[in-house]
Design a protein around this ligand. Structure first.
Ligand SMILES: [Zn+2]
Length: 416
């Protein structure tokens, strides 16, 4: 199973927006670019919403059937490890093998010696044209990078083989992710990681490193855009080189996680991908559910009450909801409006505060991030929330489709 050139991960906490999401990909195709939808939902999300991985397969198949989508699509077991992968095996055909927790753990001295000995030629590579800084990899540096990452790559190998034994190696796409960690991987580290992946015989088709800067959930990139641009370009050149040098799958591509809403780097991503003729996987951060809240707020008094109740409850449970996401959100609590104020807002005011439109003075990124992690509150509302979403499908699906097409597919893949 081979992943096509451009793909985008879409999350759907409550599993009701598959058709509205796919409609955006239909529109992208109509405007000239084929992007493969990949429905993803992590183990953490399943636990909080109390859903089973098979529900994502059911949703994806139903949307594909309803819209007669004849293109490729996938169901991603998002951020799984050996302990969590089993219930994803049957419904998923794309696996995000997360080994970030294994970075920095010790690999055996024997395996470290074997790796550095068999990769001695990494120290004398011919220059790779176009890199922002030439590769400099001496024996000490090679050994230090191997010490940092070899155990993580070995763990990826164990997970990969576990999945392959259950499904058959040709029946799924393997991605390896290292993004949920504190320090970004440099291009030279990526090179050594890819060499180790090949030595471990992992036919990975996408890799999600941690890039420089902050990729907070649901809001724009924070960091040095020029530095990101250099790093992203260098990473593409490294991948291109590694594919040939280590015989990795020729469609291997970069994956950008928490990639939704990173408006200030989309031009850099689009430009680099076009320039190098590279592929791209961009995973969004489950923001479709925020479009449900916007749609509810705009739908009338009942829906608005559901949306404001979610906000009020989330505000009261700030620490509990934000804790698990501490490394991927940055909320200034003093900028969060009191619940009593929000209860006086009109639906349009609520929508304007939440919708990610940086040109709108009413937009509140702190409120947006709090609501993003507040889906647990909506999950606990149970049928009240789901009924409201279903009753207002028309206004909600318009928000969902528009967000994915106009704010994501268009700038990232159409360059517009
Ligand atoms: Zn990730």
């Amino acid at each position: 199973m081979k992943l096509g050139k451009y793909s985008m991960g879409i999350g759907d906490r409550f599993g009701r927006q598959g058709k509205a999401q796919l409609t955006a990909f239909v529109e992208a195709r109509r405007q000239g670019v084929d992007v493969i939808p990949v429905w993803n939902k992590s183990n953490r999300e399943h636990l909080i919403v109390h859903t089973e991985p098979v529900s994502v397969r059911v949703e994806a198949d139903a949307a594909v059937g309803a819209l007669s989508w004849n293109g490729e699509y996938h169901v991603d077991a998002d951020h799984i490890g050996l302990k969590t992968v089993d219930r994803f095996l049957a419904p998923s055909d794309f696996f995000t093998i997360d080994v970030a927790d294994f970075i920095g753990r010790p690999a055996s001295e024997d395996s470290l010696r074997a790796f550095t000995a068999s990769h001695a030629k990494l120290k004398n590579l011919p220059p790779i044209a176009g890199l922002s800084t030439p590769l400099a990899l001496d024996a000490d540096r090679l050994s230090a990078i191997a010490r940092q990452y070899l155990a993580a790559v070995q763990e990826a190998g164990r997970i990969y083989r576990h999945i392959a034994a259950a499904k058959g190696a040709d029946n799924f796409i393997a991605e390896v992710s290292m993004d949920e960690t504190d320090r970004a991987q440099t291009p030279v580290e990526l090179l050594v990681i890819l060499a180790a992946m090949a030595a471990e015989h992992i036919p990975l088709q996408t890799i999600a490193p941690k890039f420089t800067g902050r990729f907070n959930k649901g809001v724009d990139y924070r960091g040095d855009v020029a530095q990101f641009r250099r790093e992203f370009n260098d990473d593409l050149l490294i991948i291109n080189f590694a594919v040939k040098e280590f015989s990795l799958p020729e469609n291997l591509k970069l994956s950008v996680h928490s990639g939704s809403d990173k408006f200030s780097i989309y031009e850099a991503i689009h430009g680099a991908v076009r320039k190098h003729g590279a592929g791209l996987h961009l995973k969004t951060a489950g923001t479709t559910w925020l479009e449900e809240l916007i749609g509810l707020a705009l739908s009338g008094p009942e829906g608005l009450r559901v949306a404001t109740d979610v906000y009020a409850a989330a505000l009261g449970r700030f620490d509990e909801l934000c804790g698990p996401y501490a490394s991927v959100i940055d909320i200034n609590a003093t900028k969060l409006p009191p619940a009593a104020d929000v209860r006086r807002w009109t639906g349009r005011q609520f929508a304007a505060a939440l919708r990610h439109d940086q040109t709108c003075s009413a937009f509140n990124p702190d409120l947006r991030q709090l609501l993003h992690v507040g889906y647990k509150v909506a999950a606990e509302m149970g049928q009240r929330y789901l009924h409201a979403v279903e009753a207002n499908e028309a206004v909600i699906s318009e928000q969902v489709t528009n967000n994915i097409f106009e704010r994501h597919l268009k700038p990232i893949f159409l360059g517009d």
